[in-house]
Design a protein around this ligand. Structure first.
Ligand code: BGC
Length: 473
């Protein structure tokens, strides 16, 4: 049994995190509005999503061929890959992964960061392709998972950093130029020919591996639910008014758009808002931006749990004995920001052991936090409330894009599928099921017999970047 006062305080927080059907429908409509605004305006503001043109004008068929390199700077790691596209929906991949040193992620310089990235490309080539002796430079597609103002396949300036990166002198600089100059300094035979967001890569790689004759489904979205969240889809040129003033490759009928949906509803017209969300936003570098991401993605789920627990502690309802026993302190991983990883929440979420003994172990191991049974029950309830809200919110952009592209597929009877990547969607228990439940509520395919599928897209950013590179002339 839980103490009555604690129980009602927890209930109050659970209610704050509840989202209802009516909200899901309203938010989906608002998402479509925000897409339209972003597609009409070249300059990006807080009011609508950036909807960035990527200059990728076709979706792979699975027949693409050749050897390409890919670099991938995501949230925490830098990966270098070589991808041999076989032309039959398959590929061979070699890759190396490096954890980006924390001191390069913030407070450093763009030169320091890009010289590190270029050195890793060089190391990779030495290890895996020392026999490459053609005079032609290998083409590299660069997956750079931050908002970029892209003006050509190989041109784009950083709009702002997200996900804990903060290197001010990099903002407004051309990312490809920076990377290429450091690659040249190290005399590697590599040409950076394409800049791609990770979601664009995910869309392309899933479309390449998807044999739609077998799956009976078209890949319509590439999405990431990991440290951050975002999605890309293919839009008809007629629906992208802002492209009219830019150079669009001749003969194209549409273009992949990187929505940057992390920035959906920065004005909080429809999104749920709790004091915990406000607190977390105030702790971040990109305050006031990416407010959707701050409710959904892995970087923030643990932090949301941490601040709700601290609130209950402040009210004298949780960890009071522990605090006294420690002589007036809480374990630092609970007391300090960003110390609670979403992976920990995934264990708490599904614990069905007697007295939640598994959670006890996990909390001790990961947070050095001893707990009573009552405290573990509370922690599990809050974890589930936070993750369910995140998954339900994740359904909004996916359903909105289905509504949006539905007419493109009016004349065939294939299903529609999302290619998804990222630790949260791949590993968080129940996350995919909850997304699908919420999509069912929104029911974007009403009036058709088609179904929606969610597929995990492997190697999205590596293979996708290679595919982007393959489209460069
Ligand atoms: C970035 C996006 C990226 C997403 C997933 C967000 O924070 O703004 O560009 O696609 O994270 O990695």
């Amino acid at each position: 049994m839980i103490d009555k006062k604690l129980d009602s305080a927890v209930k109050e927080i659970e209610d704050l995190f509840e989202v209802n059907d009516e909200f899901l429908l309203k938010a989906t409509d608002e998402f479509i509005n925000s897409m339209n605004n972003g597609l009409s305006h070249l300059s990006s503001t807080r009011q609508y999503m950036p909807m960035i043109p990527t200059f990728v004008t076709s979706i792979p068929t699975g027949k693409e061929k050749g050897l390409y390199l890919a670099g991938d700077l995501g949230g925490t790691n830098f990966r270098v890959c070589s991808v041999d596209l076989k032309g039959d929906h398959t590929y061979d991949l070699k890759q190396s992964k490096f954890e980006v040193p924390k001191d390069l992620m913030k407070g450093s310089t763009s030169d320091a960061l890009f010289s590190y990235l270029a050195s890793k490309v060089k190391d990779f080539l030495k290890e895996h392709h020392s026999d490459y002796d053609s005079d032609e430079r290998l083409k590299l597609g660069f997956t750079f998972s931050f908002p970029v103002n892209q003006t050509a396949l190989n041109k784009g300036t950083l709009i702002r950093w997200t996900k804990g990166f903060d290197i001010p002198d990099c903002v407004d600089k051309d990312i490809i130029e920076l990377f290429q100059s450091h690659i040249d300094l190290l005399e590697s035979k590599v040409e950076v020919v394409a800049l791609a967001n990770d979601t664009v890569g995910t869309l392309l790689s899933r479309a390449y591996t998807n044999n739609d004759e077998e799956s009976n489904a078209h890949t319509i979205v590439g999405s990431i639910f990991g440290t951050g969240t975002n999605g890309a889809y293919f839009e008809q040129l007629d629906n992208i008014p802002k492209l009219r003033s830019l150079d669009v490759p001749k003969g194209s009928t549409g273009m992949v758009i990187n929505t940057e949906w992390g920035s959906f509803d920065n004005e909080l017209k429809v999104l749920p808002r709790t004091k915990y969300d406000d607190l977390i936003d105030s702790e971040t570098f990109n305050k006031g931006y990416h407010l959707f991401e701050k409710r959904v993605s892995g970087m923030f789920l643990g932090e949301l749990l941490r601040v709700t627990l601290l609130d209950l502690f402040d009210k004298g309802l949780l960890f009071t004995d522990l605090y006294k026993a420690r002589g007036g302190s809480l374990p630092h991983r609970l007391a300090e920001q960003w110390q609670l990883n979403s992976e920990v929440l995934s264990y708490l979420e599904i614990d069905d052991s007697t007295d939640l003994k598994m959670s006890q172990l996990v909390l001790e191991n990961h947070l050095r936090l001893p707990t009573s049974k009552q405290e573990r029950i509370v922690i599990q309830r809050l974890t589930r409330a936070i993750s369910k809200r995140a998954a339900y919110l994740s359904a909004i952009p996916l359903a909105a894009i289905v509504k949006r592209v539905k007419p493109q597929y009016e004349n065939d009877n294939k299903d529609l599928e999302f290619g998804c990547d990222g630790s949260v969607v791949e590993f968080y228990p129940g996350f995919q099921q909850n997304i699908l439940k919420a999509i069912d509520i929104i029911n974007p395919l009403k009036g058709t017999n088609k179904k929606i599928h969610l597929r995990i897209a492997k190697d999205g950013s590596g293979v996708g970047a290679a595919l982007c590179a393959s489209t460069s002339k």
